[in-house]
Write a protein that binds this ligand. Structure first.
Ligand code: MG
Length: 159
């Protein structure tokens, strides 16, 4: 059976913090305020995968009140979620993602982010798409106060 999942995440930006997007450290003056590494794209991806498998959301699996996830590498959280899907015999068909940032400009980084996501998911690159949008200089994204991401996934279940 084919199932769909969606995910969304937003993090506030603060000067001097590292910026992680899609499992890559992106050179920038600001990074995300978060309990974990604040990777909006991986968090939205995790939520999309959990959604497709009807397994709740990232906050239930990795509570931000739990010191275990302090500064956590989101790629490791994703690995754990992939393991849960694998146990339940779900196979990912494709992933489509959008990252919203005014700065840094993500278009030159899209191929690297796509490659990293496809490697984390062990999917061929043609099954992963990454889009970049600005905030058109308005709202929290446009004012460079925050970045966000949206992800849609399709999975196939053997049962
Ligand atoms: Mg998050």
């Amino acid at each position: 059976m084919i199932r769909i999942g969606i995910g969304h995440d937003t993090h506030r930006l603060q000067e001097g913090l590292p910026l992680w997007i899609g499992g890559l450290k992106i050179p920038h003056s600001h990074g995300c305020v978060a309990h974990s590494d604040g990777d909006v794209l991986l968090h939205a991806l995790i939520d999309a995968l959990l959604g497709a498998a009807a397994l709740g959301d990232i906050g239930e699996w990795f509570p931000d009140t739990d010191p275990a996830w302090q500064g956590a590498d989101s790629a490791r959280l994703l690995e754990q979620v992939l393991q849960e899907l694998h146990i339940r015999k779900y196979r990912i068909i494709n992933v489509d993602a959008i990252v919203f940032t005014q700065k840094p400009k993500l278009s030159p980084l899209k191929p690297a982010i796509r490659e990293r996501i496809s490697s984390l998911l062990q999917l061929p690159p043609e099954c992963v798409n990454v889009k970049a949008k600005t905030g058109e200089l308005v709202g929290p994204i446009g004012r460079e106060e925050a970045i966000s991401a949206q992800v849609a996934v399709l999975v196939d279940s053997a049962t």
